[in-house]
Design a protein around this ligand. Structure first.
Ligand SMILES: Cc1ncc(COP(=O)(O)O)c(C=O)c1O
Length: 310
């Protein structure tokens, strides 16, 4: 839609980002080379910038100056909090700068809130933490509480394509849409606030744990989108498996992080249980070493798709 509306060809996304695995979205994705393996050459016209504070300077000085004129860029696509790429929370100036670049050059700002949106970070959209309003928002995952639904949300004045220019067999499925409406009511009513509150409890507790458990190198997050960085991928993998064996589902992200993204309905008691198991799992790994938790080849332990599940 960004290309259709602007009539421009280039798209910019960020190194470290995950946007999906269909041909267009996997071309924007740049979190791991293996997502591109066997599918190249990818969609032409996609350029990648660093993620975070240095993005604005790179887009101005390298992309616009050396690679593609700003007048030919249709959109900048960005995750307000990096998901599969490691649960990285950028400073608010990152999104604000991208907004300013887009305003200056007539480029559309597209926020991919598939993972960070729908209340997960304590606000409906993670971009609200930076006070930035995008032109297009992409939503999915929690949008319909498990019913299959994704949404591309844009201002009416951007929808300049004629009726039928785009479509999908399952688009607008009434059952999934009804689930989404009920979900939105719950998020606006109580669950975004619960995510903010419970997220702070988890962040504080993991911060304490990092003080007494040297395996943990960093704890970060917003609401119930929390990342824990370990010293290397092997340790992170081992903690994921140790958690799984004790009944707690967590998932790798980035190179050596684990993401903690519980359901937004989680209560205090469940948080306490989860934290206890997480600490016990870290202790297990510290005591016997990560090698003891290596998955057998072909094993589905800790999820059939890990770590590729985004
Ligand atoms: C930020 C982000 N964007 C896009 C996707 C892809 O969504 P889908 O698998 O529905 O295409 C994911 C996760 O899978 C994601 O985390």
């Amino acid at each position: 839609m960004a290309r259709h509306h602007t009539g421009r060809q280039y798209l910019i996304s960020c190194i470290g980002s995950f946007h999906g695995r269909s041909y267009g979205s996997v071309s924007l994705t740049a979190s791991k080379a293996r997502y591109h393996e066997g599918f190249g050459p990818l969609l032409p016209g996609v350029l990648h910038s660093p993620y975070g504070e240095e993005a604005g300077r790179y887009i101005r000085d390298v992309i616009f100056h050396r690679l593609a004129p700003a007048t030919e860029v249709a959109a900048i696509v960005v995750e307000p909090v990096l998901g599969e790429g490691g649960y990285v929370v950028p400073p608010p100036s990152f999104l604000q700068d991208l907004r300013a670049i887009c305003d200056e050059h007539g480029i559309l700002l597209v926020t991919d809130e598939v993972q960070s949106g729908m209340g997960r970070t304590g606000r409906m959209w993670a971009s609200q933490h930076a006070g930035v309003t995008p032109d297009i928002v992409l939503a999915g995952k929690g949008i319909a509480s498990g019913m299959p639904l994704g949404a591309m949300i844009a201002r009416a004045d951007l929808m300049t394509w004629p009726m039928g220019a785009h479509g999908s067999t399952y688009g607008g499925n009434p059952v999934a849409c009804a689930a989404a409406l009920a979900t939105i009511d719950l998020i606006e009513g109580e669950l975004a606030a619960n995510a903010e509150h419970m997220g702070q409890v988890v962040l504080d507790a993991l911060g304490d744990l990092a003080g007494r458990q040297p395996l943990l190198r960093d704890v970060r997050g917003l609401g119930l989108m929390i990342g824990v960085e370990f010293e290397d991928p092997e340790v992170a993998d081992a903690v994921e498996v140790a958690c799984f064996r004790r009944g707690l589902l967590v998932l790798r992200a980035g190179d050596a992080a684990i993401r903690i993204a519980p359901p937004l309905v989680i209560n205090r008691e469940q948080v306490t249980t989860g934290l206890r198991i997480f600490e016990e799992a870290c202790l297990d790994v510290a005591r016997v070493g990560p090698a003891a938790f290596r998955r057998a080849v072909g094993s589905h332990e800790a999820g059939p798709e890990t770590p590729e599940t985004a």
